[in-house]
Design a protein around this ligand. Structure first.
Ligand code: FAD
Ligand code: SIN
Length: 535
């Protein structure tokens, strides 16, 4: 590995999705900001968001109703004060996005009036969207703002490896984050990033599972780094499966937005009959955990490989206009959704748990903030309400910036020279094959044993296998040169273990965690979070 070097900034932001960019734009007035991001700057879960961002904008809606829907979806585990704060601050910040240049879809013939979508669990239309490519539009507008800011440097292909903390350096006193080590993938150099305040905005961990809607960046790096640095990780058992991904190998779990059901699409079994009314009063618009489980049950009952999503009864011109991206993508694979029901299956979509923070994004480490999918504020509880994720990332990214600005005045600047990165130097010709093999094994075992329906027996089997893999990966990690694949594999394995451990702890079924061994809620013992912390 080539020589190390150190870069110094006031603020370090790890990740360039909605949370990281929002935060960076707000702290930049006060000092220098580095945004490090492991691929190209737009590559993030944000960039693929379809449905939109939930915010109370309509006359027939109210903050109270949005709060109630969020609490209902969260199955008794949301933190109500957090829900109230995020829901109430959403509309102002969504308007700020509009000021930043985000072009949300307006109603036809009513300029200035936004077309609000509906999704599962929402009792009102409240999803601000930009066609069916909302995330891409938000990402575009925020990146354009960032590009105008002289204080912000965006470093692409820069992969954060680990946080640098006073505890790891053997200093006494409260554990403080001083920055991070990151692999510059272009130059193959590990750099030291030193900053007074670091924001983790690394998104989720969908790649831990074999089938996921998430792009490749979602390998749980933030949760893994925070855990290794001593932060608490909460509620990792609540992995959300999106009910409807296109069932076609070529499409790599392409998402069919819940907004399609919001506009009237119906889920049908292999016999062509609708089934959701048998599972929930809101039928096809029930909260996501219920729909995904119902599809899983129908597939198991009938032996079918998929169910179908039917919107053929709607005006084809409306469908093409409302869902241009989904329509075009499906057509590419031979499915004209205006004429035929789409084959769909559930796939892993969202990590409800994460690094424990308050609603301001503060973690237990001094100088370390977290916002967006990587964090766990308590907004989502046991199951996230659709389109509340972009909302949370926006509000918490913003509030964390207010904290950073305050802390900037009080925290001491990290010492000038932080220790350089040290790791094994051997290069192993077998590495690629080991990494690929372990990567596939983890993703398959999580899919098979830690999926929509769980049992203790399957979880214990998964734990035994992941612990073996962890040992092998860690040995490899310390002996050989770090590579991007190895760094991600190590994180993936750790996050898989955290999911399994949390799932084993929760001896009940609630929201997204459903186990045949404890099929009921246990409000006496389990109306609380699972929390894991490195010994
Ligand atoms: P992300 O947008 O995922 O950004 C994470 C960033 O961190 C990326 O830039 C990544 O490259 C970087 N990164 C990760 N690890 C490292 C590392 N080690 N070093 C450096 N950089 C790193 N939510 C909604 O509310 N509404 C929707 O309509 C919606 N639709 C969705 C559709 C799809 C297909 C998917 C996948 C998700 C959807 N979600 C939706 C969820 C939502 O998009 C995400 O939860 C949200 O965008 C997360 O934002 P974020 O800023 O926290 O993380
Ligand atoms: C979708 O468009 O169905 C995704 C919405 C979300 O994940 O919130």
């Amino acid at each position: 590995m080539a020589a190390n070097s150190q870069r110094n900034y006031d603020f370090l932001v790890i990740g360039s999705g909605i949370a990281g960019l929002t935060h960076a734009l707000k702290v930049a007035a006060l000092g220098t900001v580095a945004i490090i991001t492991k691929k190209q700057r737009a590559e993030s879960n944000t960039n693929y968001a379809q449905g939109g961002i939930a915010a109370v904008m309509a006359k027939d809606d109210s903050l109270e109703l949005h709060v109630r829907d969020t609490l209902e979806a969260g199955a008794g585990l949301c933190k109500e004060d957090v829900v109230r704060t995020i829901v109430s601050e959403g509309p102002v910040l969504v308007r700020e996005l509009i000021d930043f240049g985000v072009k949300f879809t307006e109603k036809e013939n009513e300029r200035g009036q936004y077309d609000l979508g509906r999704e599962g669990g929402h009792t009102r239309r409240r999803v601000m969207h930009a066609g069916d490519i909302t995330g891409r539009e938000i990402e575009r507008a925020l990146l354009a703002q960032v590009a105008r800011h002289q204080n912000i440097t965006v470093l692409e292909e820069s992969l954060a490896i680990d946080l640098i903390t006073t505890q790891k350096l053997g200093a006494s006193g409260p554990n403080q984050c001083l920055g991070c080590y990151a692999l510059d993938k272009k130059r193959n150099v590990v750099e030291v990033f030193a900053a007074k305040i670091t924001l983790l905005a690394t998104g989720g961990s969908g790649k831990v599972y074999l089938y996921t809607t998430n792009p490749d960046i979602a390998s749980g790096d933030g949760v893994a780094m925070a855990y290794r640095a001593g932060a608490s990780i909460s509620d990792m058992e609540f992995i959300q499966f999106h009910p409807t991904c296109l069932y076609d190998r070529r499409a790599k779990s392409f998402l069919i937005s819940e907004a399609v059901r919001g506009e009237g699409a119906i889920l049908r079994g292999p016999d062509g009959e609708p089934f959701m009314q048998r599972y929930h009063a809101m039928a096809d618009l029930a909260p996501r955990d219920i729909v995904a489980r119902a599809i899983d049950a129908e597939m198991k009952k009938t032996g079918a490989d998929c169910v179908t999503l039917d919107i053929t009864h709607k005006d084809p011109e409306f469908v093409k206009k409302r869902f241009p991206n989904i329509y075009a993508k499906c057509l590419e694979y031979g499915y004209d959704m205006t004429k035929m029901p789409l084959p769909v299956v559930p796939a892993t979509h969202y990590q409800c748990g994460g690094v424990v923070t308050n609603v301001d994004g503060e973690t237990e480490l001094v100088g370390l903030l977290a916002a967006g999918e990587v964090g766990c504020t308590g907004l989502h509880g046991a199951n996230r309400l659709a389109s509340n994720s972009l909302l949370e990332a926006l509000v918490v990214g913003h509030r964390a910036a207010e904290v950073a600005v305050r802390q900037h005045a009080t925290l001491a600047t990290p010492r000038l020279a932080l220790p350089q990165w040290e790791s094994g130097d051997a290069a192993d010709p077998d590495e690629l094959v080991v990494v690929t093999h372990n990567w596939s094994e983890i993703r398959r075992l999580m899919w098979d044993y830690v999926g929509i329906v769980r049992t203790d027996k399957r979880l214990l089997r998964a734990r035994a296998r992941i612990q073996n893999l962890q040992r092998e990966i860690n040995q490899f990690y310390w002996d050989y040169k770090v590579t991007p694949d190895l760094i991600e594999l190590r994180n993936l394995a750790l996050v898989a273990e955290l999911i399994i451990e949390s799932a084993l702890q929760r001896k009940e079924s609630r929201g997204l965690h459903y186990t045949l061994d404890y099929p009921e809620h246990d409000n006496v013992n389990w109306k609380r979070d699972t929390v894991l912390r490195k010994a």
